[in-house]
Design a binder for this molecule. Structure first.
Ligand code: XMP
Length: 512
């Protein structure tokens, strides 16, 4: 792998993704990892990321000089660039010339592997207080800005280079090209990490791990569990049985997509448990959001456990598939949100005599890579490109008690919103588009000759990268108007549609 050394800023994940977009496999490691341990991973290259510190603050994270005793290619970015300069004998100074944001860079494309073929003048994104004022011996300075005399350096003989700016952010238009030039031209790597190769590698790894044992997987209808199961099925075929708990809280058509389209595309053994009555019974009279979540989580585990016991009684089941993604792995223990979000599907609540060994074939992948793998495996677009959907489903999009009639109303309204969004071609511009029924609120309306006293529906389209923060999507007014029109005309009992224009924070994406 290419190792991305995390110096504690938010940039390491982004860099890791950009490297992968260049079709080179990357992994994130903490800056506290000793060089010997990094080198033991046989890295194809090491990238030192940006970080919040100043290199000469006491206790500032250091680059282990041992890294440079090896001949591994190294690329330093921002803080990593300065730390690298310092450890190799260059000079880093507090010049008083700080640069934040868009900055004009002057590079020498003719004399540079990093900038070859790129414009000599280009905008870049900067964020630094200190500056490198002298490059280490053997390095050529290949770019500068008004505030950074040494904005990039490289030494092709030792395959090392660095840049003061952030090539990984979208505000640096040629950043991806610079990063790719490091990977291909300086480090000499080949762009061969593709969906096909990921599939081959994972299939081989699953076969080695699972051998001839039986495996189960809980399908939620979402992309992660669907792709994880499809990979395991490709590896071990009918040793895998999937369990789909239909809790009756899914959107229109979703259960059918899992039961028919997904099975048709994969040939997977699927055990469907229709548990709608049970979930609705348990939710009767409940209005508190966290109580709803607890009940659904508890019932889910009970139903799943029952299904697992039935399979176990046929023959022993050794493994359980989970759709854990790379950001969860990187952040585990870190973001409190992660643990919460996953808690509903985390079947860690199973009793001890049903202890499974986990198979997590997506542990190294980001969401977009999971989607690419899913498409490559032939899964339907409706599943591969599905927006994230909360485990408790529509139950937390009905403000008030969850009943069958209310679910029906919400399903109709939600389907209209989804149909119109898809028709407008904007599906992939929106992260999620919750439609919320304010079942305990009524407002007066007029329809035909009569006065109505119905329920409002809230449209909550949001844009986001990771659901941690979000902004309301500026969907075209014509689209909103069409959705509003159709909902009030077609969904009985709904006489008003409102648009949620709150970012996160302060609002969450869901209403409950
Ligand atoms: P919020 O509403 O906290 O949502 O901004 C962030 C993301 O998490 C999803 N979400 C959940 N997912 N179980 C889940 O599996 C839950 O209880 C749950 N609550 C929120 C939400 O849809 C969004 O993607």
């Amino acid at each position: 792998p290419v190792l991305v050394v995390d110096f504690g800023a938010q940039y390491a994940q982004l860099i890791a993704r950009r490297v992968r977009e260049a079709k080179v496999y990357s992994e994130i490691v903490p800056h506290t990892m000793p060089a010997a341990e990094m080198l033991a991973k046989k890295p194809a290259a090491v990238i030192l990321s940006g970080g919040p510190s100043s290199v000469y603050e006491p206790g500032a994270p250091q680059v282990d000089a041992g890294l440079f005793d090896s001949d591994v290619p190294v690329f330093g970015i921002c803080y990593g660039f300065q730390a690298m300069a310092q450890v190799l004998g260059g000079t880093v100074s507090h010049t008083g010339l700080r640069e934040y944001g868009r900055t004009e860079l002057t590079a020498s494309p003719e004399a540079s592997a990093l900038f070859g073929g790129l414009p000599g003048e280009q905008p870049v994104w900067m964020s630094h207080g200190d500056s490198v004022t002298a490059a280490p011996a053997g390095f050529t300075v290949t770019a500068s800005t008004s505030g950074a005399p040494v904005a990039a350096f490289e030494d092709r003989a030792t395959r090392r280079a660095g840049v003061q700016f952030h090539p990984e952010v979208a505000h640096t238009p040629h950043g991806q090209a610079v990063l790719e030039r490091f990977l291909y031209e300086v480090a000499g790597l080949a762009p061969d990490w593709t969906s096909d190769n990921i599939i081959d590698e994972q299939v081989a790894a699953i076969r080695t791990k699972v051998g001839g044992a039986r495996v189960i997987c809980g399908l939620s209808g979402g992309v992660d569990s669907a792709v994880a199961a499809a990979l395991v099925h490709k590896a071990v075929g009918d040793q895998l049985t999937c369990v789909f708990v239909d809790h009756g809280l899914l959107r229109a058509g979703e259960a059918e997509q899992v039961e028919k389209d997904y099975v048709a595309a994969t040939g997977i053994n699927l055990k469907v448990v229709d548990a709608a009555d049970r979930f609705l019974g348990a939710l009767a009279g409940v209005t508190d959001p966290e109580t709803k979540r607890k009940i659904i989580g508890r019932e889910f585990i009970r139903v799943f456990e029952q299904a697992a016991r039935e399979l176990e009684s046929e023959s022993h089941v050794e493994f359980l598939v989970q759709g854990t993604l790379y950001p969860d792995v990187v952040e585990s223990g870190g973001g409190t949100g992660t643990a919460n979000i996953k808690s509903h599907h985390n079947v860690g609540g199973l009793p001890d005599d049903l202890a499974f060994t986990l198979v997590e074939p997506l542990r190294t992948l980001f969401k977009d890579e999971v989607r690419a793998v899913g498409s490559q495996l032939g899964l339907p677009d409706a599943i591969v490109w599905r927006h994230p959907f909360p485990g408790p489903g529509l139950a937390i999009r009905i403000i008030g008690e969850v009943t069958r009639e209310r679910l029906d109303l919400l399903r109709q309204a939600d389907l209209i919103a989804r149909e119109e969004l898809t028709a407008s071609g904007l599906d992939r511009d929106v992260w999620q588009f919750p439609v919320v029924l304010l079942a305990d609120v009524r407002s007066v309306g007029v329809q035909g000759d009569g006065r109505t006293y119905g329920h409002p529906v809230v449209l909550r389209p949001v844009s986001s990268d990771d659901a941690m923060t979000a902004d309301w999507s500026r969907l075209p007014h014509d689209l909103i108007a069409k959705i509003s029109n159709r909902i009030t005309n077609e969904v009985p009992g709904v006489n008003r549609v409102v648009l949620d224009v709150t970012s996160k924070p302060p609002g969450t994406i869901e209403w409950e």
